[in-house]
Design a protein around this ligand. Structure first.
Ligand SMILES: Cc1ncc(C[n+]2csc(CCOP(=O)(O)OP(=O)(O)O)c2C)c(N)n1
Ligand SMILES: [Mg+2]
Length: 571
């Protein structure tokens, strides 16, 4: 028996989908049957491996995490419209982070009297019949379609993957009704010939000359980037360009490692940082290389006379209704390619080497000053654990094989500053704003790179948004241990900071009445212990911290999942 379900699964695997993160339902008998048949008769290795996820949000961020470290879309299989709704904010993250994921959902059967195999036979199939299932996700997907027959399922799936993988990447969504999934077929040839993603784009020669001449002639040039390091090879190219001209690099809201933190041209990090960045204010040429928020103009912006250039795979942020950077040129290009073109252009020019050498010296002095200030902040304040000290303790256990997932929220910037990450590809974030990504993402990256030690640094609220009971169960079931360190301020500090930003002297501030406290707190690591048998511990004293962090790393390196709750000052 070869059905549309068989063809769908074989096509996914041919298209590079190694795993299908799945949450099953009454729409999936064709798929479940195809797996069972293949496991009995042979051929299951021609399908994606099923990873059962008890919550869809975990499935979605697992697929995102896998694709963030490999570039390869995986599949998420969910149940009709309600499973689709449960993808929720994790779909937002993949869309905003421009990460390819293929989502497949069944639909309610479209016959109700047994006209076709798969026709309705359960009450829920009337209740789950909605007018526009694909519309639920359309604001967050690059492509959606319904598979209407098995005869061309290979074309529809390969087209969806081609679009998902083409820059800027993103999620795609396919549906099929039960009748279609049951349809018997002549076997297809599911090979993806002719469906490669769009090739990387280069800058037009006139744009290379324009930006290259501006950089070469600038007195105080700088680069601002958030996600150039999505392509780890682009980082070395950026280092080469910046070294050639002594251009410093500011990482604004970084979702990848974009420039080595230990490089003397590294200018530090900027998130919701209050106040004006002096280097940005003084810059005469600013090159924005892959950033959604290069600065926040109400707090911090370049000089009105600065010459600004934007190079991005998505230079106009077409999915954002309100966005503007006052640039003199916007160019769409692959960042690694564009940077290599600029380097080549600049190499062919007569450069003012004395001015460049002087700038290099000045930037290096600033860098050293900043490093010293950051390292001063790591000293613990008595027995109170500060986020700076905690991050330093974690950093001490990190080796070249460790991957950090940063979902530290009000501590995003502290984590960047004190991790001091210099290896491209060693730190990632969700790239979006829906909390709880770490829990599934840790599973996805561990599946993709089992040899790596995976560490999530998360807020206490974020820990819970990740549906840890579900994610931890998956971790044990599929042998995917990781370490989660909770920056536990027993509440949601960020909405408190947001309120203070708008109403610094309001009632909430006067009465310390923000409604954000989690006291009395749940046993957060205990949730993981119950779900997966993870190593679980909470610490609150600074002198206990280094040993606890080491024990947690030892547990995870020994193959056991671990959750360390670290009590900081209350939010
Ligand atoms: C899915 C989702 N719900 C709500 C929010 C709004 N939100 C932003 S930050 C935050 C608090 C997060 O708490 P925690 O992880 O403890 O970090 P903290 O702010 O305390 O550092 C909330 C609720 C969000 N971004 N995403
Ligand atoms: Mg918190």
């Amino acid at each position: 028996m070869y059905t549309t379900s068989t063809a769908l699964l074989r096509t996914l695997r041919e298209g590079g989908v190694r795993y299908a993160f799945a949450n099953l339902g009454s729409d999936h008998p064709g798929i479940i049957e195809a797996y069972a048949r293949a496991r009995r008769d042979g051929g299951a290795d021609l399908f994606p491996e099923l990873v059962i996820c008890p919550h869809e949000s975990v499935a979605m961020s697992a697929a995102q995490g896998y694709a963030q470290v490999t570039g390869q879309a995986q599949a998420v299989i969910v149940h009709v419209e309600c499973g689709t709704q449960n993808l929720g904010g994790m779909l937002h993250n993949a869309a905003k982070g421009r990460v390819p994921v293929l989502i497949f959902a069944g639909t309610s059967p479209y016959t109700q009297r047994g006209e076709l195999p798969g026709s309705r036979n359960e009450f829920i199939q009337w209740i789950q019949d909605v007018h526009d299932q694909r519309g639920i996700v359309r604001g967050y997907t690059k492509y959606d379609n319904e598979i209407r027959t098995g005869r061309n399922v290979d074309q529809v799936v390969h087209r969806a993957l081609q679009i998902a993988h083409s820059a800027p990447g993103g999620p795609v969504y396919l549906t099929a009704a039960r009748e279609v999934l049951e349809e018997p077929l002549e076997p297809l040839d599911p090979a993806p010939a002719g469906f490669t993603p769009v090739a990387p784009a280069a800058l037009a020669p006139a744009v290379v000359a324009d930006i290259g001449s501006a950089l070469a002639a600038a007195a105080r040039p700088m680069v601002v980037t958030s996600y150039l390091g999505r392509d780890p090879d682009a980082v070395a190219r950026l280092v080469e360009l910046c070294e050639l001209l002594a251009v410093p690099v500011l990482e604004s809201v970084p979702s990848y490692v974009n420039f080595p933190a230990d490089h003397p041209l590294h200018l530090g990090y900027q998130w919701n940082t209050p106040g004006q960045n002096p280097v940005l204010a003084a810059a005469d040429v600013v090159l924005v290389l892959g950033s959604d928020v290069p600065w926040i103009p109400t707090r911090n912006r370049p000089d009105a006379d600065a010459r600004i250039f934007v190079v991005d795979s998505d230079p106009l942020k077409e999915q954002m209704p309100l966005w503007h950077v006052p640039a003199e040129r916007f160019a769409r290009a692959d960042l690694g390619t564009a940077v290599a073109q600029l380097t080549e252009f600049v190499r062919g020019r007569d450069l003012d080497t004395a001015a460049i050498a002087a700038r290099r010296k000045a930037v290096q002095a600033e860098h050293e000053e900043r490093v010293a200030a950051v390292s001063d902040r790591e000293n613990p304040a008595g027995q109170v654990i500060t986020p700076e000290y905690l991050t330093a303790c974690v950093r001490d256990e990190i080796d070249e094989n460790t991957l950090v997932l940063n979902e530290g929220i009000s501590n995003y910037q502290v984590i960047n500053e004190h991790l001091w990450a210099s290896r491209p590809g060693s730190v990632i974030t969700s790239g979006g704003g829906s909390l709880g990504w770490y829990a599934g993402a840790a599973l996805g990256v561990k599946l993709a790179q089992p040899e790596r030690t995976v560490v999530s640094l998360v807020g206490d609220g974020t820990y819970l948004f990740g549906v840890p009971a579900s994610a931890q169960w998956v971790a044990r079931r599929y042998g995917l241990p990781s370490l989660t360190v909770i920056y536990d301020n027993r509440g949601w500090k960020s909405p408190k900071l947001s309120t203070l930003g708008v109403h610094p002297d309001g009632f909430a501030a006067q009465y310390n009445d923000f409604g954000i406290s989690f006291e009395p707190e749940a046993d957060l690591p205990g949730i993981a212990k119950a779900a997966s048998g993870a190593w679980a511990r909470t610490v609150s004293r600074a002198d206990e911290l280094p040993a606890a962090v080491k024990e947690a790393f030892d547990a995870v390196r020994g193959g056991r999942g671990a959750v360390l709750g670290v009590q900081l000052a209350s939010a």
